[in-house]
Design a protein around this ligand. Structure first.
Ligand SMILES: *Cc1c(COP(=O)(O)O)cnc(C)c1O
Length: 374
């Protein structure tokens, strides 16, 4: 059965964004971020597409995601960024995943397991140049590197760091962190008798931080067509024109006329000020159209803006179509994306939700049935 609502993912937009990132990367390899179900766009579909386009690697948050990619037949290097719990170590080794490692104890655990499986585990070492979550401090990094070198079942594939303010153009934090990373990576290259792949840049650094590319780059949000830093980030990125890959549409369930003074939705938070033609949409906060959008969000119908009336319910949302002629049940409402000459961007929707485009995409993409278009 065809659903009355759908998230549509444009493959053409994903390809366009990948190619744009590749141009920005200027020769550095692309590690495509597919964590969080590819920011809501579907991990397997996106991973296959980026691998086919020539991604040098894929990155996930958790080892479980990496195993799913291997089981789907993806053969490129897969980096496990965050979820390095002890119980994931056997699977990481067995599936040839590349964990990002911050400490000696984890190196020993990986080495022990690799020896047991008669394999070599390739790791990338993580240095903390200001994110303050994981990673060895710069002064401790040589010791971590020597530790890895001392373990025969460990191969150091490379090293990396992550920037906390890559989208903030008014700060020189990223430039200083980049210089710290360059210093640490030079020391590491001096210690390790084989080539290392060094990588620092997420989407923000790719667009805004000079000389941050090193050997590989790790774009995430840009592949999905949004700018880190939202609408302001888009302006300051200048030329590059990313294309949003996700849109979200629903078919109107019902159009009704109610008189002035009529209450709409739970808690009667909207009382009509005039005779009102309202349209009922088949989705609500259970689908990620957050309750915060009550009396605040807008959708596109016939290319025009229809404001949300009253509370968003669990599975229903009411919008005002009084000023839009000819609206019928079955007509399409756009909650995210373009319709006619107008567009509701992830940044605009996220603003109403009091969050950032990243969170809006993850939430909406994962809660809704996805349809892929070429
Ligand atoms: C999520 C993530 C990225 C990608 O960040 P974007 O801002 O989405 O480009 C890069 N590196 C690491 C370590 C990450 O966790």
């Amino acid at each position: 059965m065809e659903a009355s609502k759908r998230v549509i993912v444009s493959r053409a937009a994903l390809v366009h964004n990948f190619e744009l990132c590749r141009r920005q990367a200027n020769g550095a390899g692309i590690i495509a971020l597919v964590k969080a179900d590819a920011y809501g766009h579907g991990m397997l579909e996106c991973a296959r597409l980026f691998a086919d386009l020539g991604a040098a690697g894929l990155a996930v948050a958790d080892a479980v995601e990496g195993v799913a990619l291997r089981e789907a037949g993806l053969a490129v290097p897969i980096y496990v960024l965050a979820g390095l719990a002890p119980q994931t170590v056997p699977g990481i080794v067995a599936h040839n995943l590349t964990p990002l490692v911050s400490d000696g104890a984890m190196l020993e655990r990986l080495a022990h397991e690799a020896q047991r499986q008669k394999r070599v585990c390739t790791v990338h070492l993580k240095v903390d140049v200001g994110m303050g979550r994981q990673g060895a401090l710069p002064e401790d990094f040589p010791e971590l590197t020597r530790k890895a070198l001392s373990l025969p079942a460990i191969q150091i594939g490379g090293m990396m760091a992550h920037l906390p303010k890559a989208d903030d153009r008014n700060s020189d934090h990223s430039e200083r962190a980049r210089d710290a990373f360059a210093r640490v990576s030079a020391v590491a290259r001096g210690l390790v008798p084989y080539p290392l792949s060094c990588h620092l840049a997420s989407s923000g650094a790719l667009f805004y931080v000079a000389d941050s590319r090193f050997d590989q780059v790790r774009p995430g949000i840009a592949l999905y067509g949004c700018y880190p830093g939202g609408a302001a980030g888009k302006k300051s990125a200048g030329a590059p024109d990313l294309r949003p890959a996700m849109s979200w549409t629903a078919d109107i369930l019902l159009v009704r006329q109610v008189p002035a003074g009529h209450s709409i939705g739970y808690d009667c938070t909207w009382i009509t000020k005039r005779p009102t033609k309202m349209a009922v949409l088949p989705l609500g906060y259970a689908d990620g159209y957050l309750r915060r959008l009550s009396n605040r969000g807008q959708v596109l119908i016939a290319g025009r803006r229809a404001p949300v009336l009253g509370r968003v319910s669990m599975n229903l949302t009411v919008v005002d179509v009084t000023d839009i002629p000819g609206v019928d049940a079955g007509d399409e409402a756009v909650l995210l994306g373009r319709q006619g000459a107008d567009e509701i961007t992830a940044d605009e929707l996220a603003g109403w939700m009091e969050t950032i485009n990243y969170e809006a995409l993850c939430l909406i993409g994962r809660l809704n049935r996805r349809v892929y278009q070429d």
